[in-house]
Each structure stands twice: as structure tokens, then as C-alpha cells.
Design a protein around this ligand. Structure first.
Ligand code: GLN
Length: 470
């Protein structure tokens, strides 16, 4: 293995020819093979070696982009023209993308190398990567445990050094929770910060695309490339994009709020004390002030999240009908039977559960009782954050109430699985950015993650704070 701490160090070594990009990519490909049991990848792109040859030339000619030679894996819910796109679902078996997602295109335009597509929960629905048609992903830290989900393959690939950086998506915690379980950094940007064009929709008013990395510098660098308005996604916003990497070193006072509601019942003691130790350590720093705050509606976030996201998912997933995409049960002579059998056989249990829940909360007799009410609660959750950010710059919480659980431990109990997201869904309900950073390990050696949240479009302060906790 070639050693470097972050992309800038890698670039210096590439420029001085201390390491060769082709060898670097080959060693990733070898490692992906030798760590095959982790099952992080759905597809590996061998053409990455040819790309490395071209980019190596560019680096030596000084004409390469900002991400020159960064080896990146992409969650298999994002489109790359001509490559498979399955969302880890049987229903998209043999489907190839016909265009490239803006987020991926931006990485390629800056000379990153895409090495493959990572495993995930089917259509990004899950917290453990156990809902995948490609099978479980193992946590590289302890292979008996889950890597988290839904972007489990993306997190495991970074943690096991099967790529430099990966992209994941976060609808309710799917970047932050697996980052926490695998001991790495994972950022969910503000809703509207990164274009969703080319992302397979799960819950369109929640979905965000963001990076996983082993260090905060690479997160900042990649976000600088991903962020910005895109005419192909009308929900992406025209807001200035700072140079996140340069601003990492900025100093100044930061006020950090500790929401009492996130440290009560249900939080594992070892997770709690690892986070309290971090807080104590930093409270000696004169530039950091800690304040107690309240987010009183957080207790409703899981219920609100599962009503609204299942409603949106039930609409978004209507398009998989056996006619336009992927799998079709062509044994059926009648059209209606073909639709029913294609969807019954093509979707996994969790996806079906969500479609049924979503259809139920949108049905005419229940619409007001569930869907309309949940929209109102979403507003209250958002207002809690708006009030909090009048007093503080950043909010600090655990990322997950527990560390990575064992494979199979929660898979038969969906409600318990949903509780994994108790600290993460509120950021998606409010559309604010959040990052999970590693802060220690429990007595079994499993990583503990801490979540930082900031106001909309304030990723700059979020990343600066993450840097100070490093
Ligand atoms: N675990 C959550 C869910 O199952 C979050 C998923 C996500 O963020 N994509 O819905």
C-alpha cells in the first residue's frame, strides 16, 4: 500500500514521482479483490487503469484538475453513462445509465478516477446494508458487524482503503450513520447545495449527496467541487460556494450548542462518555464556547420522517413497472399481472413495506391525519433549528445511539432498525448540513461517531469545527 494522509499529500508525491498513479490504482484494484468478503462494491471498473495513465500525464504537465488522481467510488444509486445502475435492487438488474449524474461529472471534470459502484441498501432504504440484492456488506473494523446504511458499501470502501474517497447519499442519516459505524468522516450537505440530477430518487425533498473520507481535508476539497447551482436540478440553489479547504484553517470564536434531548434515554453509555470527553477536552479552548440548548420537537422526528419519506418513495418508485426499466416478469399474459408480478418479485421486503406505508399515509381517508400533520411537524422541527442557530453556530450530538451492531441483530425488527436514525433524521427534515466525525472506540474496538450540525449553507463553519475536533 502507498501511504499518504490526504489528497494534497498524494498529489505532492505524484508530482515528484515518488508514487505512480497507475500503481496506486492497481493496488486499489488488488485490494478490492483481496478484501472481496467485505462486499463493498457492486461493480468495479477496470478501465480506471487507463484513466490513471492519462491523468498521470496531465499531472506531470501541470494541466490536471483539483482532484487529480483521487480514486473515488460511487454509491450505486448515482448514474454514470454506460455503466450499470442497480440501486442494489433486482428490479434494476441489467439496467445501464443513459446519462451521468452532475455530482459524478463534476468529479470527473476535475480529474478524479471513478473506480466502481458501491453496495447499499436497496433504493437507499435501510440502516445496515442488509437490504441489498447484492448481499450484506461487512464492517471492515469487525467483520461480524454491519457497516451501517444505507451507504454501507461507500463507508466500508473508504474505511478498508479500497478507494480514497466515496460518494454516498443521505435521506435520513445514510452518510453520517455508516461513517460513524466505520470510523471515518461523512458529510451530508445542505439540501440544495449539491445537484441531485442523476440520483435515483428515494424521497426527493430529503435526498442529499455527499462525500466519505478518512480526513476532513478531503471532505472539504470534494465538497468545493460538488457544490453549486445546476440548471438540471431546480432544487439546487444559487448560493456562493466558498473554498472549503482554504477556510479550514480559519480561526475565531465558535459557539457550540448541546441539545439536552440528544443525551437522554437510549444513548449507550460508552458513546455518551466518548463524546463528553471530547467536549471536556475542547472546553479548555478559549475560542470555543459550549451552551445548553433545546430541540423540543426532535422526539417526533422519526415518526415524521417515516411518514413523509415513505409517501415520497411510494410516488417515486411507481416508475419501476417492468415496462420502462430493468426487470420484467414476462411470463404473465395479462398487463395488470405483469405489473403486479414484476413489482412483487423485483422489490425486496423493506422497499415493499415503504411503498405500502407511503400509499397508506397518502390515501384519501388518512391524508390529513398523517401526511398533512407530518408536514406541520416538519415545520416545527425546522423552527427548533432556526431558533437554536440564533444562539449558536454549530450543534453537537452523537451520530448514532449505539456503535455498529452485529449482522442479523436488528434485521427482523424494522422499528428497532428505524431507531438507529434517531439523531440524524431531523437534519434532513430541516434541510441543514451535518457531518459525522470519529471520536473514539468502545470497549469492543468499534468506532464512535459524533455529529455536528450547522445552519443551512453554512458548511464552512461545520468543517472548521470538525477540523478543530480533529
Ligand atoms: N436509515 C434511514 C432509512 O432507512 C435513512 C436512509 C437514508 O438516509 N437513505 O430510511
Amino acid at each position: 500500500m502507498l501511504h499518504y494522509q490526504n489528497h494534497f499529500e498524494k498529489l505532492v508525491k505524484l508530482e515528484s514521482k515518488e508514487i505512480s498513479l497507475v500503481d496506486n490504482v492497481k493496488s486499489f484494484l488488488d485490494r478490492i479483490k483481496s478484501e472481496k468478503d467485505i462486499n463493498a462494491y457492486n461493480f468495479v471498473f477496470d478501465d480506471a487503469v487507463e484513466k490513471a495513465e492519462i491523468i498521470e500525464e496531465k499531472i506531470l504537465n501541470n494541466s490536471a484538475g483539483k482532484l487529480a488522481g483521487m480514486v473515488i467510488a460511487i454509491k450505486d444509486v448515482l448514474s454514470i453513462k454506460g455503466k450499470p445502475l442497480t440501486c442494489s435492487s433486482k428490479i434494476l438488474k441489467n439496467f445501464n445509465s443513459v446519462y451521468t449524474a452532475t455530482a459524478v461529472q463534476k468529479l470527473v471534470d476535475e480529474d478524479a478516477i471513478i473506480i466502481g459502484k458501491t453496495n447499499c441498501d436497496e433504493f437507499a432504504m435501510g440502516s445496515s446494508n442488509e437490504n441489498s440484492a447484492f448481499g450484506n456488506v461487512l464492517n471492515p473494523v469487525n467483520k461480524l458487524h454491519v457497516p451501517g446504511g444505507s451507504s454501507g458499501g461507500s463507508a466500508a470502501a473508504v474505511a478498508a482503503k479500497l478507494c480514497d474517497v466515496s460518494l454516498g447519499t443521505d435521506t435520513g442519516g445514510s452518510i453520517r450513520q455508516p461513517a460513524s459505524f466505520c470510523g471515518i468522516f461523512g458529510l451530508k450537505p445542505t439540501y440544495g447545495r449539491v445537484s441531485r440530477y442523476g440520483l435515483t430518487a428515494f424521497a426527493s425533498s430529503f435526498d442529499s449527496i455527499g462525500p466519505f473520507a478518512n480526513n476532513v481535508e478531503d471532505v472539504a476539497l470534494v465538497l468545493s467541487v460538488l457544490a453549486g447551482k445546476d440548471d438540471l436540478d431546480s432544487t439546487s440553489k444559487e448560493v456562493d460556494v466558498p473554498n472549503y479547504y482554504d477556510s479550514l484553517s480559519k480561526t475565531g470564536k465558535i459557539r457550540i450548542g448541546i441539545p439536552q434531548e440528544f443525551f437522554g434515554e437510549g444513548l449507550n453509555e460508552e458513546v455518551k462518555s466518548a463524546i463528553e470527553n471530547k467536549i471536556n477536552y475542547l472546553s479548555k479552548n478559549e475560542d470555543i464556547e459550549f451552551l445548553d440548548i433545546h430541540l423540543p420537537h426532535n422526539e417526533y422526528s422519526i415518526a415524521t420522517y417515516y411518514i413523509l419519506t415513505t409517501a415520497e418513495a411510494s410516488a417515486n418508485l411507481q416508475r419501476y413497472d417492468g415496462v420502462r426499466y430493468g426487470y420484467r416478469d414476462s411470463e404473465q399474459p395479462e398487463l395488470d399481472d405483469m405489473y403486479t408480478q414484476t413489482r412483487s418479485k423485483g422489490f425486496g421486503d423493506e422497499v415493499k413495506r415503504r411503498i405500502m406505508l407511503g400509499t397508506y399515509v397518502l390515501s384519501s381517508g388518512y391524508y390529513d391525519a398523517y401526511y398533512t400533520k407530518a408536514q406541520k411537524v416538519r415545520r416545527l422541527i425546522k423552527e427548533d433549528f432556526e431558533n437554536a442557530f440564533k444562539k449558536v453556530d454549530v450543534i453537537l450530538t452523537p451520530t448514532s445511539p449505539f456503535t455498529a451492531f452485529k449482522i442479523g441483530e436488528k434485521s427482523s425488527n424494522p422499528l428497532e432498525m428505524y431507531l438507529s436514525d434517531i439523531y440524524t433524521t431531523s437534519a434532513n427534515l430541516a434541510g441543514i448540513p451535518g457531518i459525522s466525525i470519529p471520536v473514539g472506540k468502545d470497549s469492543e474496538g468499534l468506532p464512535i461517531g459524533m455529529q455536528l450540525l450547522a445552519n443551512q449553507f453554512n458548511e464552512e463553519t461545520l468543517l472548521q469545527t470538525a477540523k478543530r475536533f480533529n
